[in-house]
Ligand binder design. Structure first.
Ligand code: ZN
Length: 350
């Protein structure tokens, strides 16, 4: 992957290139993005650039031996860690990222803009959450203790550090803070608030900006509206808000039932992400920024109405409630309780 292959985020590309050119490569970098904005593509281009022996005009050459292995994701000094779980696609009872490397490579090479649920589908763990277990941390420490194969950098690309539990993070902390010579960690998160603070604070952090429509059209990235669940999520959210606006508690509780009936935990968490984004749109509309909110025409009347009726503090109060709901689902709290509480809070705080 070369920077030239990635539309958008020109400022961030310049920053990454200048860090590499000046030799000031941070030992830990955190890229954060909304799903599907290209953070992984940027990270891959950055690692390729760092190790390229024929850099020119702020990009890797794409042709040297290092670029060639990197472009197939088989660079011997680059390690990929991502959330996994037991799956019918591997015999390993407690699999690690390593157990799924072929699937990972295929997914990344076909579309580096994939989202979390795409990964779980590819891994065959649909319906379960992926985790980054302590055994992954042990694996990384072991790999980093070996001498590098090439003379470039050793890179650990860790996708979704929010999926590490405390134990895993603790095990990694010291090496993230003081890695061996010419070693770097690159973390990509969709949820910086849920990355353990001890890890987050040790990284240089950069935001990957959302793509414009034109930029997105040049990638394999699927916009939120084109995703399969979108219509279903929107129907549930509409029902919820209609009940809230009409002060009709029964309709609100019916919408909570629809949320609990979404057919997997991942989908239920997906709805939480959707709802948080929808409330953000309401916030922008309330402040006369509906253009920035990028609302499809068919939904404009709905967002107009909700934003006119919503109380001043609604958005600020509700976003943390939605985040907490997603967290409780992750902790296997009963989904009916979670969604009943979420719907109730929306009703009370509107
Ligand atoms: Zn090269």
């Amino acid at each position: 992957m070369r920077f030239a292959d990635i539309p958008g985020n020109e400022e961030l590309k310049k920053t990454l290139v200048s860090m590499a050119d000046s030799g000031r490569i941070p030992h830990a970098l955190m890229l954060y993005e909304n799903e599907g904005c290209g953070a992984l593509a940027l990270a891959l281009a950055y690692v390729q650039y760092i190790n390229c022996t024929g850099r020119k005009d702020g990009d890797s050459c794409g042709e040297c031996p290092s670029c060639r292995v990197m472009s197939r994701l088989v660079h011997p000094d680059t390690y990929f860690i991502f959330p996994v779980n037991a799956s019918r696609k591997t015999d390993v009872r407690k699999p690690l990222s390593e157990s799924f490397l072929d699937i990972w490579r295929e997914l990344v090479l076909s579309n580096p803009y994939f989202i979390e649920s795409d990964l779980y589908n590819a891994l065959g763990i649909e319906g379960k959450s992926g985790v980054i277990a302590i055994a992954e941390a042990k694996y990384i420490l072991e790999k980093l203790s070996l001498s590098p194969v090439g003379d470039g950098y050793k890179s650990v690309l860790l996708w979704l550090p929010e999926k590490m539990n405390q134990e895993t993070a603790n095990k990694l902390l010291k090496v993230v803070e003081e890695p061996p010579d010419k070693t770097q960690f690159i973390f990509i998160t969709h949820n910086p608030d849920r990355v353990l603070q001890t890890v987050f604070s040790r990284c240089q952090n950069y935001r990957v900006m959302p793509l414009t429509k034109e930029e997105r059209a040049k990638t394999a990235s699927v916009s939120p509206e084109e995703r399969e669940e979108y219509a279903e999520f929107m129907a549930v959210f509409r029902k919820l808000m209609e009940g809230v606006m009409a002060r009709d508690l029964q309709t609100v509780l019916d919408s909570a039932d629809m949320m609990s009936a979404l057919d997997s935990k991942e989908k239920q968490k997906g709805f939480c992400i959707f709802a948080a984004e929808a409330v953000r749109k309401i916030f922008l509309c309330r402040h006369g920024l509906s253009e920035t909110a990028d609302i499809p025409d068919s939904e404009k009347p709905f967002y107009d109405e909700v934003s006119k009726k919503a109380g001043k503090a609604f958005c600020a109060r509700i976003i943390p409630v939605i985040d907490r709901s997603a967290m409780l689902l992750d902790r296997n709290v009963n989904q009916k309780m979670v969604f009943c509480d979420l719907a109730g809070q929306m009703f009370l705080n509107f």
